[in-house]
Structures are given as C-alpha cells and as structure tokens.
Design a binder for this molecule. Structure first.
Ligand SMILES: [Cu+2]
Length: 376
C-alpha cells in the first residue's frame, strides 16, 4: 500500500511513513521496458529491528540459521570456503569487493544484494517477514544494551569476549580507540558461530588470491560505542538526508579518508561492530551486515523520494573502488555482476524500490528518537 501509513508501535510516537511515501505517476523510467512495480497491496515493508516483536525477530534469526545450514550452491573449486548457502552470499561479496565500494554502483549493487538475500530467506527458508534494518542513532550510545547486540535470544548476538591482544582498528596511520570485545561472540543466537572465510585487515589493492579459501574461525566482535556515537549519530543521518545531490549523499555516507579519522556512517557502522564486520571483503559473515546495509538502503530510498525527478536515477562515480584502476562512469545500462546468485542486472533496474523487480518500502520516521516501549 504505497500511500498508506505503516502501522506499528512507532505510529504512536510519530507518523512512521512507509518510504517512498508516494509515487509520482509522471516519473517515467528513463529507459524503455521499465514497468511499474508489482501490485501495491503486496508491497512489503522493512522495519527497524526493535519494532519487530520477539516472534518476528526469532523468525528472522531462524531463517538466517536455516541458510547457514543449507548446502552451498557454488562450485567448490571456485570457493572452497563456501560450506553453506549463507556463505554463497559472503563469497559473492568477496569476489566483487573491488568494484562495488566507494564508487557509482555501491548503492545499487548492495540494494540488489540485500534483495537477493531477503528472497533467499523467504524462498529457501520459508521466512515470512522482510529484511529488518538497524536505525543507527537509536542504539549508537549503548550498543551493548541494544535489542540488536544485547546478547539475548532475540538479538543478533552480543559482543565478543574481551581480547586484550586484539589489534586496534586503524585507518592507515590513524588508530581508533578499541572497543570492549575483540574475541568470539559468546552470547545470543550466533554465539559460537564458525565463519568460513579469512578475515582480512586493511584493504589490499587487489583481491587476495586466498580470499575464498576455507579459513574457519569464530564470529567475533568488538563493540565500540565511541565509534558508533561519533559516526552513526542522528546529526550524521540528518546531514546525509539533506544532501542536495547524489555525490554529496555518497560522500557523507561513505567517505573514508586514509590516515585520518574521517569516515561516514557506512564505515562507522562496520567499525563500531568490528572484527568480521570490519573486514571489507567478508563483512557479510556477520549477520548484522544485512541490517546495517538495510539502513544505508533506507537512507537512499528516503533521499530519492524527496525529489524523485532529480534523484531517482541519479548516479555519480565510476565502477571501480575509488576509481582504482581508473574506469568508466557508472551508467544506467551498466551491468552489475552477482556471480552465481543472480543474472547480471542493469543499474537502472535497481534504482527504484517500487518498480520492476522490487516492491518494498521502509517504515521510517525522520528524526524520531529511540522508542522506549519496544518489546524487550
Ligand atoms: Cu559491501
């Protein structure tokens, strides 16, 4: 229901609108063949983790575990580390890392990646819900007690054990303050989870040859409220949504300047969770990846809906990370590669969440503070 207000516990606090809230009928896709999205009344609404009730959270968790229990569909010789279906998604991200970050296709590639993951949960694991998101500012000051990371059975698992020898996270010559964990996640549904791909520190200029080899280790985290509070604040979110063009939007979201403390909430969220989430290649190994990136997709969706004529199909940037090596500009007909997960997709098809292959929206109210009445 594209024009409706999404109903939830949030509605009592403030109107939580399903974004995009409206669809300008005069907005035509710039390309032939574009068709309106599927029936509006089947549109699915993605919601913040805390607005799901406990049963809904448990069903998401069990669907993720279900994917982790199904066999991989990748050729074993190409991705020896992919032991299960969940790993197929991690491997695909690893393979594409150097062409899907810090560039003009970051947003569209990750939007579709999330969609494919959500669809796998639904089609392969009978998940009835939608992909939840993590509203960063709500939980930034106290990740440890957030419904996402408090370690309860309805969380995504808690912090890692304190590991004194855990290396500090750094950006070249700049070192961030360390968090409170650094070791294996030891509480909640993903305690003692073994992830299968190597954890790479830093960002090598090419994909390491052994990135897809089998390198089992425990899912680990190093929750860091200082980083989350600084980089994933409401002020940051507000600033991103006020961007006047896609270039500014992308910069405020994802800028990451070597040897400095300058970074946007995209990296900020990865760094605030740490360890596996801080690995640019294999970060989807941590189930919180999906909720973090759903927030990014939400911000893009909300920002696009503020001025669809100017923003729906706006692109800026090339098709290699930081344009290394130099590459062409992203265009609407450029084909994105999803490996074995899906056919290649032209960028224009991934720009509107209510057209063609997509039919979803986000329940979100701008600037609303964290709810106090969520289901603990
Ligand atoms: Cu990514």
């Amino acid at each position: 229901m594209r024009f409706s207000i999404a109903i939830s516990s949030l509605a009592a606090l403030s109107p939580a609108v399903a974004y995009p809230a409206s669809n300008d009928a005069s907005l035509k896709s710039p390309l032939p063949g574009a068709s309106p999205g599927c029936a509006n009344d089947t549109s699915s609404v993605r919601r913040e983790w805390s607005t799901l009730n406990k049963l809904e959270r448990l069903s998401f968790i069990s669907a993720v575990k279900c994917l982790m229990s199904k066999p991989s569909q990748l050729p074993h010789d190409e991705a020896p580390g992919a032991l299960n279906r969940y790993d197929d998604f991690v491997a695909t991200h690893i393979n594409q890392t150097h062409v899907i970050h810090s560039n003009g296709i970051f947003l569209s590639w990750h939007r579709h990646f999330l969609h494919l993951f959500e669809k796998a949960l639904q089609d392969e694991c009978r998940y009835q819900g939608t992909l939840p998101y993590w509203n960063w500012p709500w939980w930034a000051s106290d990740l440890h007690h957030s419904p996402l990371f408090n370690g309860s059975p309805t969380s995504l698992g808690g912090d890692g054990y304190f590991n004194a020898s855990s290396p500090p996270r750094s950006n070249g010559n700049y070192t961030f303050p360390r968090g409170s964990g650094g070791g294996c996640v030891h509480s909640g549904p993903f305690a003692n989870t073994t992830v299968h791909f190597k954890n790479t520190k830093g960002i090598p200029s090419t994909t390491p040859a052994d990135k897809l080899t089998y390198a089992p280790h425990c899912l680990s985290r190093d929750l860091n409220n200082l980083i989350a509070s600084k980089y994933c604040s409401q002020a940051r979110v507000d600033g991103i949504l006020e961007s006047s063009n896609i270039g500014t939007f992308q910069s405020l979201l994802s800028d990451f300047v070597p040897d400095t403390d300058i970074m946007g909430p995209h990296n900020g969220g990865h760094y605030a969770i740490g360890n596996n989430m801080q690995d640019q290649f294999a970060s989807p190994s941590d189930p919180s990846f999906w909720l973090h990136h759903a927030m990014i997709d939400l911000l893009w969706t909300v920002w696009q809906a503020k001025d669809p004529k100017q923003r729906q199909y706006a692109l800026q940037g090339t098709v290699t990370s930081l344009n290394k090596p130099p590459s062409q500009n992203a265009t609407l007909t450029y084909q994105l590669d999803f490996g074995y997960l899906d056919a290649k997709q032209e960028v224009w098809k991934l720009m509107d969440v209510q057209r063609d292959i997509y039919d979803y929206s986000y329940e979100y109210a701008e600037g609303v503070a964290q709810p106090e009445d969520y289901d603990h």
